[in-house]
Design a protein around this ligand. Structure first.
Ligand code: ADP
Ligand code: G6P
Length: 483
């Protein structure tokens, strides 16, 4: 295979500055964590934004950033403060993100934000055009860059372009709300292969293409003006072995060398028998259903006085997009709910919700996964949800229970979990009780089945399948033109 370049808005590393010196930190989010495991297998660059506003830094500082990223095989696309505001916080996260997650009431329809989206997509396309050699492959990721495939294809038909959407593609009735729906679809159709996490998202996309343009669709191929575009679903996996081995390692580490998080959790369990920890981990995002999760937990405590003092919700929320209004409001709402529950049901010895607003190193994340009895995952809409998969992979003794929302893409691969509707708080409260009371043998049966599935279709297999399909797309196109 020729070289393959990865392109995404968020690079696998974000830059932070201390005393004018830049350093790299791993980025949070499914795209970055998933692709980070596979990208070094490809010969090519990872093109993306390093997460800082370039006009707030000196030339020297930016050069230092570029050097650091180069060592990791990354090529930066720098965005200035205005672009961050209008493109990233604006059109990406205040227009497309809410619309594609069915939060139509949150969508901001400003033409100036759309202009910023075009301009920044053009910047990314130009960087690809500078970087890619004759006949290279390019794999573009996610909703921030939906115009890029067409921008590149129109100038360089020799480049084979794959596009993968990490969030849901909404139904036509929701997608059609967007004034720029035709342009977005045309942008995507510049790709040779378009991938989604689930068959439903693929179906919604094809239905929008059919209704808006009336193009001919033959099974999963779109035929337009002498081109064939393949459309398929590829449910993203995780680096299964990395989580499983890290969890195994914890138990082989002498007690004295274990982390503070681990020892604190262990102390909690040693306080008395019958203690339960429920885990909740997400970016602080309104699509993740955090307030409804908290209200359901409150209901559970209200209805089960015997469990008060014995069941704790460990809630980890990573700061995300905190300049966007709806995220700011969500933060206050979550803090208020946590305060209310702790005020109502807490005591000197008991904090019902242990709330952490921060990102955590990988090691601590695995400790939480491997020590909590239940993973409570209640998004109101989620493209996939890798946290659910990471939890299952970290259960080395095969115990543990996953409670998962039917609105998350991951549910298609988790038939053995307790599946809930996140808007039904009574049902979620009951699911918490069912999870805590589930017999060990039943937990083992369910977790083992899910582990087997996730181990087989890990992130490496996922990437391989996508790249194979991309090669097939090139072949289909070449044969079609030769006819
Ligand atoms: P999304 O992509 O919407 O953020 P996912 O659940 O698919 O949701 O992916 C989230 C990723 O971010 C996971 O790989 C998870 O390990 C990582 N992550 C989530 N919370 C934290 C945290 N507090 N610290 C570090 N990494 C986190
Ligand atoms: C989701 C999106 C990614 C994004 C991530 C983190 O996973 O699909 O494209 O990178 O969230 O969000 P952020 O805005 O910090 O990049």
């Amino acid at each position: 295979m020729k070289r393959l370049h990865i392109v995404s808005n968020r690079l696998p590393f974000s830059i932070s500055f201390e005393n004018d010196n830049p350093s790299l930190e791993p980025s949070v989010g499914g795209l970055a964590t998933g692709m980070n495991s596979v990208y070094k297998d490809f010969e090519g660059k990872w093109i993306g934004w390093p997460g800082i506003a370039s006009d707030t830094k000196s030339r020297k500082e930016l050069q230092a950033v570029d050097r650091l990223l180069k060592e990791e095989g990354c090529k930066p696309v720098h965005l200035c403060e205005q672009e961050v505001e209008d493109f990233y916080e604006g059109f990406c996260n205040n227009t497309i993100w809410p619309l594609f997650h069915y939060f139509a009431q949150y969508v901001d329809f400003h033409a100036s934000l759309w202009d910023a989206y075009i301009n920044v997509n053009r910047k990314f396309a130009d960087t690809i055009l500078e970087t890619a050699g004759q006949g290279d492959f390019v794999w573009v990721h996610d909703y921030q860059l939906m115009l890029v495939p067409q921008m590149v294809k129109s100038q360089r038909p020799d480049i084979t372009i794959g596009f993968f959407l990490h969030i849901p593609f909404p139904s036509y009735e929701v997608f059609r709300i967007l004034p720029w729906r035709d342009e977005l679809l045309r942008g995507l159709l510049g790709a040779d292969l378009i991938g989604f996490h689930t068959y439903d998202y693929q179906r919604h996309f094809l239905s929008s293409v059919r209704r808006i343009f009336g193009y001919e669709i033959v099974l999963n191929e779109v035929h337009i003006d002498g081109r064939i575009i393949l459309v398929d679903s590829f449910p993203m996996g995780i680096d299964y072995d990395k989580f499983y081995k890290a969890a195994l390692n914890i138990f082989h580490t002498p007690v004295k060398e274990r982390s503070e998080v681990h020892n604190e959790l262990e102390k909690y369990f040693l306080m008395s028998d019958g203690k339960h920890l429920i885990l909740s981990i997400d970016r602080l995002d309104y699509s993740k259903g955090i307030p409804n999760r908290l209200r359901a937990f409150e209901k559970f405590l209200e209805r089960n006085p015997d469990y008060r003092g014995n069941v704790t919700l460990v809630m980890l929320a990573v700061p995300s997009r905190d300049n966007v209004d709806h995220y700011k409001k969500l933060k206050s709402e979550v803090e208020e709910l946590v305060g209310r529950i702790n005020g109502l049901y807490g005591s000197i010895n008991y904090t019902p919700v242990l709330y952490f607003y921060r990102s955590m190193p990988f090691q601590n994340l695995v400790e939480l996964y491997s020590m909590c009895d239940v993973a409570l995952i209640t998004p109101v809409r989620d493209g996939m949800n890798l946290v659910a998969k990471e939890y299952v992979a970290s259960r080395i003794n095969q115990t543990g229970v996953v409670v998962v929302s039917e609105m998350a893409g991951v549910v298609k691969e988790m038939g053995e979990a307790i599946i809930i509707n996140p808007n039904d708080e009574d049902q979620v409260a009951e699911a918490i009780q069912q999870a805590i009371e589930m017999p060990h043998s039943e937990q083992v049966r369910r977790i083992s089945a899910m582990q087997e599935r996730l181990r087989r279709y890990d992130v490496f297999k996922w990437a391989k399948d996508f790249v194979n399909a991309l090669q097939k797309a090139r072949k289909v196109q070449t044969e079609f033109l030769a006819k």
